[in-house]
Design a protein around this ligand. Sequence first.
Ligand SMILES: NC(=O)c1ccc[n+]([C@@H]2O[C@H](COP(=O)([O-])OP(=O)(O)OC[C@H]3O[C@@H](n4cnc5c(N)ncnc54)[C@H](OP(=O)(O)O)[C@@H]3O)[C@@H](O)[C@H]2O)c1
Length: 343
Amino acid sequence: MNAPAVNRQWILARRPEGAVRPSDFRYQEAPVPAPAEGEVLVRTLYFGYDASQRIWLTEDGGYMPPVQIGEPMRTMGIGQVIASRDSAYAAGDLVEGFMSWQDCVLARADGPMPLRVLPKAQYPLSWNLGIFGVSGLTAYFGSTDGLKVKPGDVVVVSAATGATGSLVGGICKALGAKTVIAVAGGADKCRWVIESAGYDAAIDYKSEDIGQRLDELCPQGVDAYFDNVGGHMLDTLLLHMAPRGRILICGAMSSGYTDVKLKGPSNYMRICTHMLTVQGILLFFYRDRLAEGAAQLARWVAEGLLHVEQHVVEGFQRAPELLPTMFTGKSPGKLLLHVADPA
Ligand SMILES: NC(=O)c1ccc[n+]([C@@H]2O[C@H](COP(=O)([O-])OP(=O)(O)OC[C@H]3O[C@@H](n4cnc5c(N)ncnc54)[C@H](OP(=O)(O)O)[C@@H]3O)[C@@H](O)[C@H]2O)c1
């Protein structure tokens, strides 16, 4: 694959206040860089969208350094190696990992998650950002190693139509869970999780009383809660956990991620009185087990146990306009931007 004549970029123009807006980014063109020793030059093909990108735009940055004003916006991406000065990568390799909103990125293997060389596979390349990327692997390790879902469990999953949550239902059923309950916004999404994503029941958090519905659906309590939302929803779930229940803190969508400092739940003492286990997850901790997770997910897909949903938008120019939709309502599954095809 040849390098393009210019390197199109979307850079951070100003740090967003509150909700992120497309106008927080600015388009520019720059020369295509040359890789130094230990670096790889990658042509970007797909950008994946993750709510955590909003955290990287705060002054603090959260669990990664903040994106600086003037820098191309960081993203998870799929690309093809154009030139390599690292013996672990060869020109032509298809890779997945941290990239940024530009045609060509320079990458190094010494970051928190080095670029993964993608295996030749039967499935679409873009799945490496969804089911075989951060979303699916977080769903997998969160349900197995984190929540330790086992046969007979009653599991609740919030943000259940999201890229992660849309896979957690099927994974928990594959692990033998008795009942998997989705929490999603709106009647259409609640229907979708049951018809397409393997859930047994759904609660519409926008129009229903979550506590009342949990009393109806699982009067004995919730054994495992996969929490993507935090805030008021986590507080409600704390009141409905079974003794010795497990909670996985995967994300805090309700915060909008405009600040890294969040208030904890007020029903905190339930953790004590019900002997609950609360655990977090960050995929970086599983960096040596990614292939194992992807292999199990692939087996479940082949067995028809998992449904893969993605929404692919076309065109580099649209990169900034998609980011706010993570918080304002998006289609079920993984949101991706397709920017180029491999050679
Ligand atoms: N810890 C990790 O390593 C890791 C990895 C991946 C993802 N995550 C976290 O997992 C969560 C989900 O990410 P994702 O990529 O799976 O989802 P996604 O595809 O970005 O979708 C986000 C979902 O959140 C829901 N949502 C948005 N605002 C909400 C609110 N105020 N209350 C309740 N639901 C809300 C939306 O559904 P509705 O239309 O139903 O509101 C939407 O389906 C995020 O918090 C993300 O940061 C963590």
